[in-house]
Write a protein that binds this ligand. Structure first.
Ligand SMILES: *[C@@H]1O[C@H](CO)[C@@H](O)[C@H](O)[C@H]1NC(C)=O
Ligand SMILES: *[C@@H]1O[C@H](CO)[C@@H](O)[C@H](O)[C@H]1NC(C)=O
Ligand SMILES: *[C@@H]1O[C@H](CO)[C@@H](O)[C@H](O)[C@H]1NC(C)=O
Ligand SMILES: *[C@@H]1O[C@H](CO)[C@@H](O)[C@H](O)[C@H]1NC(C)=O
Length: 822
């Protein structure tokens, strides 16, 4: 009984095993050992197994490639061989996915009526480019088993081109709280958007109706959430709807694209994103495909839109048939890649389904781009269902093609990849993406390292602010980052005119990314409150070294522009991996970026700090380390740094004022100053006069001021012009000149002595007083003389006054000698 069971078991095993005519063998004795094994077993060496030392493929000669039984004689020979450490006859492993995916060379022959009009599938872009979707179909991918939902204004689930792929489990009506996402019909068909987007992804193929969806075998649902009041909970409910079932969420909405708003997900929507990333798709993370926005005309930046600016969204932009920038395109550093969409009036638009079972060839905008991208991602997930949300972002950017675009304004990053704020890394390439997905292994764990800048509360004064963060990217800590993914620069800033502010960040490898362009419509005083500006431009770079932040405002780029702001604080948040992220299956070499440029070009674009092998002697004004010998290359300064040039100096020169440890530019009109505005001058240059009270420097004294030794001093009240404080020569309005004074017009005083006469009158008065005094004295003297009050006079006929008088002579002197003798 026992033996019978054993035989049955063996039979089952052997019947199902499907042996291949090869052994994998681990051989001990090196090359000699291998030769000994080959001689004694008669097996043929088919080479080493990958890069695993001492492991070889050994083939059984003259045997079918596959058979139901193993080879007992070779088993015996190998088990007994002293040089064999381990061996195993190889078994064909049925691959579930491969069995399903059959190459389909006919996948460019569909009888759908508008299939031929889908120019973006048929090399209809400039230069014959398209998104290489047909080659991906021909490899057998069409989005099978992938579930996509469109977060929009509903979906016409019974549309003949959608019905077959419609998935009720991926559908919900958040606006009306029921399970039916049917759009609300009105005479203008305003709620056609979601249905059109759904058709781009998943319109059924070969059914003669409309066109073909990019993932024409995928499951499609819709969450109706835009046809009603949108608030945080509505967004959160939509973003987290059935996240175990839905793989891809496609969204083409966000804050108003009027170029004035800075807004992002509320607390619940944030939670929904984080939940989706952590728990969606059985822990591999929901894929959120997001349209970068339609605010191009209003010169909006999607960096001010917290949804596309999020690490968790795959932000997609658009390019036109002719490979140029559509008028609605919004630029920002968080855009990862682009798809085709509408452009100018004469350029072709997107073909898809429409309300009432109809078709359309005129779907437009970036909101047409996100669903095309969602369709491509569906093909990628079919090619490799184990991809995480981060894997999908890697695959997207590593394969994106910048060639179809004519006006990319590309920069080349430290990895040699072209990237742009318009198009991200370029046009999505479905075929290259599925190829890479097939050999992709999951990237290592994500690390996040935040580094704070030491300088805070810096006045922005119209000169360019330059700040530095020198980082080892959490080296030695559990969250060390060596290979970058997303970089966020978290900024708290207040400005009198927020739209004037321009922000750049430069990586240690010299890649300079525009994080905030000028937004002319954002004219109000405003703030960025811990706003995490996102850039994907540094992907793959090593973050260790010096990051440079540059902030400009209107005054920096236009002498008449306004200024006035405070950079309250800033930090950089580095996302990435500690270990090499890209490790392809079977040692497939990593494809060089499509965009690799000649190394000479790469070096010229490399503007990072030089990594000199000889130790540099830092400038004497540096405190601690530096990146080079110049005073601009100090990491910290001993005393102060000139804001606009980054140079360390002992003290701020004329033309600068000190703000914490920075010398910032005075207003052009001041020589020295206490602050950035024109009314904070302390002294003026030689061609200008300092104006008291206002602290401004002027070329000519203002009305009401007079010039004394290069200063403009205030005339007395009501004087419009004067030569001295009280010497008015003209009066302000409603006043008139009366002498050198200004009096209210019409009230010229009659009794008052005119100013010009005052001197004479005064002189007369003084003269009179003098005369009077003189007369009084004369009279007094005459009186005094009469009474001889002071004995000033004597006469011979009078007695001397007294002994203590002033009588200078003896008594005898009064008398003649004759008289005495008489
Ligand atoms: C679509 O149908 C036509 C016949 O109507 C067929 O020749 C073609 O192969 C089909 N395409 C695919 C991809 O199945
Ligand atoms: C989510 O999808 C599953 C199927 O995967 C389904 O059973 C479930 O009902 C769905 N949940 C909702 C709320 O639709
Ligand atoms: C279109 O292709 C489908 C699938 O092959 C086929 O069933 C149908 O008859 C074709 N229709 C036309 C009009 O060719
Ligand atoms: C200064 O920086 C260089 C290059 O980053 C480094 O090799 C050196 O050890 C540093 N010196 C000090 C004193 O930190």
């Amino acid at each position: 009984m026992y033996q019978l069971l054993w035989i049955v078991f063996l039979l089952i095993v052997t019947c199902q095993a499907n042996y291949i005519n090869q052994f994998a063998v681990h051989i001990k004795g090196g090359r000699e050992g291998l030769n000994r094994v080959l001689r004694s077993t008669g097996l043929i060496n088919k080479g080493q197994i990958g890069s695993i030392d001492d492991h070889y493929f050994l083939e059984i000669p003259n045997r079918q490639r596959r058979s139901a039984t193993h080879s007992p004689e070779h088993h015996a020979l190998l088990s007994n061989h002293q040089d064999v450490h381990w061996f195993e006859q190889q078994v064909h492993k049925p691959r579930y996915k491969r069995d399903l995916i059959k190459p389909n060379p006919n996948a460019d022959e569909f009888n759908d009526s508008l299939y031929g009009a889908q120019w973006y599938l048929h090399g209809g872009g400039r230069g014959g480019f398209d998104m290489n979707v047909i080659p991906a179909w021909q490899k057998g991918y069409s989005g099978r088993n992938v579930v996509i939902t469109i977060l929009d204004d509903g979906i016409e689930r019974n549309h003949p081109d959608l019905q077959q792929n419609y998935d009720p489990y991926a559908s919900y009506d958040v606006n009306d709280h029921d399970n039916d996402p049917m759009p609300r019909y009105d005479p203008t068909d305003e709620n056609r958007h979601g249905t059109r987007c759904a058709g781009e992804v998943s319109a059924v193929a070969n059914n003669t109706v409309c066109g073909v969806g990019i993932a024409f075998n995928s499951k499609i649902g819709g969450v109706r959430m835009l046809d009603g009041e949108v608030y945080d909970a509505v967004e959160a409910a939509s973003l987290s709807f059935n996240s175990t079932h839905i793989d891809i969420y496609s969204a083409s909405w966000g804050p108003d694209d009027d170029g004035r708003v800075v807004d992002g997900p509320g607390p619940l929507a944030k939670k929904a994103f984080i939940n989706g990333i952590a728990k969606g798709r059985q822990g591999k993370g929901s894929i959120y495909v997001w349209a970068s926005g339609n605010g191009g005309n209003a010169q909006d930046s999607c960096n001010c839109d917290g949804y596309t600016n999020s690490v968790y969204t795959l932000s997609i932009s658009s390019t036109s048939e002719h490979g140029s920038k559509p008028w609605y395109l919004e630029e920002c550093s968080s855009t990862l890649a682009s798809t085709y969409s509408s452009g100018s009036y004469s350029e072709k638009q997107i073909v898809t389904v429409d309300l009432h079972g109809r078709c359309t060839e005129t779907h437009t905008g970036t909101s047409a781009s996100a669903p095309l991208a969602a369709g491509v991602v569906a093909l990628v997930l079919e090619a490799n269902p184990s991809l995480t949300w981060r894997d999908v972002q890697y695959i997207t950017l590593m394969t994106a093609n910048p060639k179809p675009m004519v006006d990319g304004n590309w920069i080349v990053n430290g990895m040699g990849r072209k990237v742009s704020t318009r198009y991200g890394y370029g046009l999505m390439d479905a075929s290259a993406m599925v190829d890479l997905a097939e050999v992709w292994t999951n990237v290592p764990e994500q690390h996040i390292c935040e580094v704070f800048a030491s300088a805070n509360n810096i006045q922005l004064d119209g000169s360019k602010f330059v700040g530095y963060i020198d980082t080892k990217a959490c080296d030695g800590l559990p969250n060390n980052v060596n290979h970058l993914e997303h970089v966020q620069v978290k900024i708290s800033l207040h400005h009198k005119k927020r739209g004037d502010v321009i922000i750049h960040i430069k990586s240690p490898m010299g890649t300079k990314s525009l994080m905030l362009p000028r937004r002319p419509n954002d004219r109000q005083e405003g703030e960025f409150k811990s706003w995490p500006f996102l850039s994907v431009h540094f992907w793959g770079e090593n973050p260790t070294g010096i990051w440079t932040l540059e902030i400009e405002d209107a005054k920096t780029y236009n002498p008449h522009g306004s200024t006035g702001g405070v950079l309250k604080s800033w930090s950089i948040i580095l996302h990435g991996t500690e270990k090499e992220p890209v490790n392809l299956k079977n040692g497939t070499p990593v494809v060089a970026p499509v965009t690799t440029v000649a190394s000479t070009t790469k070096q010229t674009s490399y503007t990072g700090p030089p990594t000199s092998p000889t130790p540099v002697i830092c400038h004497s004004e540096c405190k601690g380390n530096c990146t080079g010998p110049k005073p601009t290359e100090c990491i910290d300064c001993k005393s102060v740094r000139i804001g606009s040039t980054g140079e360390c100096v002992k003290s701020c020169d004329d033309g600068y004022y000190q703000n914490s440890d920075l010398c910032l530019n005075c207003h052009d009109t001041c020589k020295t100053c206490s602050g950035p505005t024109s009314s904070e001058c302390i002294t003026c240059p030689t061609n200008r006069y300092f104006t008291e009270k206002h602290h401004i420097c002027v070329e000519e004294c203002l009305p009401g001021y007079y010039n004394v030794e290069g200063n403009c001093l205030r005339c007395s009240k009501h004087c419009k012009e004067c030569t001295e404080k009280d010497q008015c020569t003209a009066c302000v309005k409603n006043m008139e000149l009366f002498g050198t004074k200004c009096v209210r017009a019409g009230s010229k005083p009659h009794i008052l002595i005119p100013d010009s006469m005052q001197g004479i009158v005064l002189a007369l008065v003084i003269l009179c007083v003098f005369l009077l005094c003189f007369v009084i004295m004369i009279v007094f003297f005459m009186y005094a003389r009469n009474k001889n009050l002071f004995c000033w006079s004597y006469s011979y006929d009078k007695l001397p006054c007294s002994d203590d008088g002033v009588m200078p002579v003896s008594k005898s002197d009064y008398y003649d000698e004759d008289d005495i003798s008489a």
